[in-house]
Design a binder for this molecule. Structure first.
Ligand code: ATP
Ligand SMILES: O=C(O)[C@@H](O)C(=O)CO
Length: 435
C-alpha cells in the first residue's frame, strides 16, 4: 500500500536522516539537495537550542557512531530520532557507508534494530549502493569499482577492515540473535518489475541489488512513500531519487533554497586524516603544489611534534593554502597501530588535526577548510563547535560545499569521504570554494 499525500497535507520537513559519520552525513545531504530537497546538516545529537527554518525539507544529523561503543551508538541514534520526530519528520533514513565500514562488532545492525523498534516497523531496506562512486550491489554482494569489498582497499581500512562482501553475512553478525537469518533479497533482474510482479520478500532486512542509478531510481520510487517502510537504510545513492520521488508525490511545498554565496577569500587549509587509497593519491598530487606538513603519530607521542609546533608552521605559511596530513600507506598505518594501539593512534592524530583546525579558524588565517576522512571530519567539526551547516553545490559526487556561522566567523568547509574524489580533488575544490 502506498501512502498518498496531497500538497495541502504536506508537512515539512519530510525526511529525517541519521548518519553514522560526518562525511557520510554531508554525502547524504549533497544528494538530497541534488534531488531537490532544501537540506540542512546538524552536527551531533541536537538539543532544544537547535531550531530549524520553516522551509527545510530534509534534516541530516551527523553522528560519530561508526566505531564507538555500541550502546553509545544506539542511544545517540535514538535521541536523534526523537528530536527528528519532534520536528515532525515522518520518513526516516539511517545512513551508513557505501562500503559498509563496519566489522563483526560494528554498530549498523544494532542501530537498525533500535530504530526499527522505536519507529515500530517490521521491515526495512538495506541499500548501500552508490554506483556513481563505484559501489554496486550484485546478488547481495558489495563491490567497489568492480572488486568484491573484501578484495578492495577496504580490506586494509585502519578502523574497519572489511573481510567479507556478502551483505547478509555482514549484517547477520551484528543484528540481535533472534533476527539472525532474516535477510531477504531483491535481486537485480526483479528490479525492472518491482511493484508489478515482484513481491518484496517478507524479510526483516531487505538487501537490494543496485548496479546503476536506474536501479536506485526504481527502488526509491517504490520505497520513498511506502507506508510499510517509514525507515530506510543505506548509503547516499538513494537520496537524490528519494528527493525526486517526494517531489513527484507533491510531498514538497517549497522550492529548494540554494546556498547563495559559495566562495570565500583564499587561502584554504586542507586536513587529511584519511589513509584510503584515493586520499593517498590526492595528497601525493597536491603536495607538489602547496606547502605540506606530515602530522606523524610517533612524533606526537615522542614530543618532537606538538600543537605549538604545528601552529608555528601554519603561521609561517602566511597567506598560502597548505595541507596537514597524517595519510600513510597501509603497512605504516599497521606499524603505528601495533606500536601505539589502534584507538590511541587514531585519537592522537584526530586530536592534533582538530586542534590545528581550531587554531586556523581562530587566528583568522583560514576561512576555508577541506577535510578528508569521516572520523577526521567529525573531530574537526567538533573542535570548531559547528552545530549546523547549510548545504551548497557539490564539488564532487557526495561532497558538497557547506557554510557555517561559527564563533570564529563565517566558515566554508568541504568534508570528503575517504575514498571519494578524483586525483585532483584538492586543487579543484580549492578553486571552487575561493574567490
Ligand atoms: N598514519 C596513521 N597511522 C595510524 N592511524 C592513522 C594514521 N593516519 C590516520 N589515522 C587514523 O585513521 C582513521 C582514518 O579514518 P577516517 O574516517 O578519518 O578516514 P577514512 O576512513 O578514510 O574516511 P571515511 O570514513 O570517510 O571513509 C582516523 O581515525 C585517523 O586518525
Ligand atoms: O557512503 C560513503 O561512502 C560515505 O558517505 C561514507 O560514509 C564514508 O565515510
Amino acid at each position: 500500500m502506498v501512502a498518498e499525500k496531497t500538497k495541502k497535507e504536506a508537512v515539512n520537513p519530510i525526511l529525517g536522516c541519521i548518519a553514522d559519520d560526518f562525511t557520510g552525513a554531508s554525502d547524504m545531504a549533497s544528494f538530497l539537495r541534488k534531488g531537490g530537497l532544501n537540506t540542512i546538516q546538524i552536527n551531533g545529537v541536537p538539543d532544544e537550542t537547535i531550531d530549524i527554518d520553516t522551509d527545510v525539507d530534509a534534516i541530516v544529523i551527523a553522528l560519530k557512531t561508526r566505531t564507538c561503543d555500541k550502546q553509545v551508538a544506539i542511544n545517540e541514534s535514538l535521541r536523534s530520532l526523537s528530536w527528528l520526530q519532534e520536528k515532525k519528520c515522518h520518513r526516516f533514513y539511517f545512513k551508513y557507508c557505501s562500503t559498509f565500514d563496519s566489522t563483526e562488532t560494528g554498530n549498523i545492525g544494532p542501530v537498525i534494530d533500535a530504530l526499527m523498534d522505536a519507529i515500530s516497523c517490521s521491515q526495512t531496506l538495506v541499500c548501500p549502493a552508490l554506483p556513481v562512486n563505484g559501489r554496486t550491489v550484485y546478488n547481495g554482494h558489495l563491490f567497489v569499482h568492480g572488486e568484491l569489498l573484501n578484495r578492495s582497499p577496504m580490506a586494509d581500512h585502519p578502523l574497519t577492515p572489511m573481510k567479507d562482501s556478502d551483505l547478509s553475512v555482514l549484517l547477520n553478525q551484528q543484528v540481535a540473535p533472534e533476527f539472525r537469518g532474516t535477510c531477504g533479497h531483491i535481486r537485480y533482474p526483479e528490479l525492472s518489475h518491482l511493484d508489478t510482479q515482484t513481491q518484496v520478500p517478507p524479510a526483516r532486512y531487505i538487501i537490494a541489488d543496485a548496479l546503476d542509478t536506474e536501479h536506485l531510481r526504481i527502488l526509491a520510487n517504490y520505497f520513498a512513500t511506502h507506508a510499510d517502510f517509514p525507515l530506510l537504510t543505506g548509503g547516499s545513492g538513494l537520496a537524490e531519487f528519494l528527493g525526486q520521488a517526494y517531489r513527484q508525490k507533491a510531498w514538497l511545498n517549497k522550492t529548494s533554497a540554494a546556498m547563495k554565496e559559495t566562495r570565500l577569500p583564499s587561502p584554504v587549509l586542507i586536513i587529511a586524516g584519511s589513509c584510503s587509497k584515493a586520499t593517498q593519491g590526492q595528497v601525493a598530487h597536491i603536495k607538489s603544489s602547496i606547502p605540506s606538513l606530515n602530522v606523524d603519530p610517533n612524533a606526537l607521542v615522542s614530543g618532537e611534534q606538538d600543537a605549538t609546533s604545528i601552529e608555528q608552521w601554519l603561521s609561517e605559511q602566511q597567506s598560502k593554502s597548505v595541507i596537514l596530513y597524517s595519510t600513510d600507506k597501509p603497512e605504516n598505518v599497521s606499524a603505528n597501530q601495533e606500536k601505539l594501539g589502534q584507538a590511541h593512534a587514531a585519537e592522537i592524530i584526530e586530536h592534533a588535526l582538530a586542534a590545528a583546525a581550531r587554531y586556523a579558524a581562530k587566528s583568522g588565517q583560514f576561512r576555508n577548510i577541506i577535510v578528508a576522512g569521516g572520523e577526521t571530519s567529525g573531530a574537526v567539526v567538533s573542535a570548531l563547535n559547528i552545530k549546523r551547516f547549510v548545504i551548497g553545490e557539490s564539488v564532487a559526487p557526495g561532497v558538497p560545499l557547506m557554510r557555517a556561522q561559527t564563533v570564529y566567523g563565517d566558515l566554508q568547509l568541504a568534508l570528503k569521504s575517504g575514498n571519494f574524489g578524483d586525483f585532483d580533488f584538492f586543487s579543484s575544490t580549492m578553486e571552487a570554494m575561493t574567490l
